[in-house]
Design a protein around this ligand. Structure first.
Ligand SMILES: Nc1nc2c(ncn2[C@@H]2O[C@H](COP(=O)(O)OP(=O)(O)OP(=O)(O)O)[C@@H](O)[C@H]2O)c(=O)[nH]1
Ligand SMILES: [Mg+2]
Length: 283
């Protein structure tokens, strides 16, 4: 598998931009993919965010394996983070964010109150890798039409804020950061979920990886989708791929079978799954 190149110039710029914006917010929403709670994080985020309050949002949790999501939520909590499992597409899910943010900022809010400072909206910004759902979150927080933005006097010139009632204000451009590409397995996981372009990778490698994950962790889902037997699942993976191709009526077409498997996974047709396995942490 080829190593995907970083673009140090872009990264330094993105990092600088994020650092600039951080000065204006009370809290950072770190959006990560619940199917990839490690692979979809930016490795430098801790350095960038530093002491700023943070709420980790495990987004797309509607697509992830709920058992794994629970384990990961506990993992982040035990590491001292505030964390929520989220579905940015779902308004009800998004409604949890304000109360959760208040909890993160409880000390600051109490301090302000003691000093007689009038309570104001929480200022936040969204950070995350491409395709993790940053814009979706903004839209659903806004309740469809993204609010008309305007300068907010007294905050800073040029910063555009979206206001959500009296409780929350968000910088209208989320910060885009990059995942860690150097590890080939991380690259594979990101490509499979669609976080990075898959033309950088071989489709058949990706499809075989998909089959490896599903035969191991989600055999029932695989059997159901492609009408397979237990015995089928004991085949070598390339043979299993060909069998699935045959069942779909395109015999021996490895490429087409690979494409189909990946597409169906991304469309959620194989059910919920998590690629970053909690149990691998302690391996
Ligand atoms: N099922 C599901 N899909 C989601 C969720 N959040 C976002 N998506 C989908 O993920 C895709 C990417 O979402 P965006 O909001 O465009 O992601 P982004 O982080 O703004 O991406 P960039 O602007 O490219 O960095 C879209 O197809 C969304 O519909 C979610 O919670 N559940
Ligand atoms: Mg976006």
């Amino acid at each position: 598998m080829p190593t995907i190149q970083w673009f140090p110039g872009h990264m330094a710029k993105a990092r600088r931009e994020v650092s600039e914006k951080l000065k204006f917010v009370d809290i950072v929403f770190e959006l990560i993919d619940a199917r990839l709670p490690l692979s979809s994080r930016n490795p430098m985020l801790d350095q960038i965010v530093q002491q700023k309050s943070r709420l980790i949002l495990l987004n797309k949790s509607d697509l992830a394996d709920p058992n794994q999501t629970n384990l990961w939520v506990n993992y982040f909590r035990e590491a001292g983070h505030h964390v929520l499992a989220l579905t940015a597409k779902d308004d009800k899910s998004v409604k949890q964010i304000v109360p959760a943010s208040k909890k993160v900022l409880a000390e600051k809010i109490a301090r302000d109150q003691e000093k007689g400072i009038k309570p104001r909206a929480i200022r936040a910004m969204v950070l995350g890798i491409p395709n993790v759902g940053k814009s979706t979150l903004l839209n659903h927080l806004a309740g469809k039409k993204i609010a008309s933005t305007g300068n907010r006097p007294g905050v800073t010139k040029g910063q555009q804020w979206l206001r959500f009632g009296t409780q929350l204000e968000l910088l209208d451009t989320p910060g885009i950061l990059w995942p860690k590409f150097e590890d080939p397995e991380v690259g594979q996981r990101l490509a499979l979920t669609g976080a990075i372009k898959d033309d950088l990778l071989h489709l058949d490698d990706l499809a075989l990886y998909e089959l490896e994950v599903f035969t191991r962790f989600y055999p029932e889902q695989l059997k159901e989708r492609y009408k397979l037997t237990d015995e089928n699942l004991t085949l070598e993976l390339p043979e299993l791929l060909l069998l699935i191709a045959e069942k779909r009526g395109f015999k021996d077409d490895y490429e087409r079978a690979s494409e189909m498997l990946i597409l169906e996974l991304r469309q959620g047709r194989l059910g919920r799954y998590t690629l970053d396995r909690f149990e691998e942490l302690s391996e």
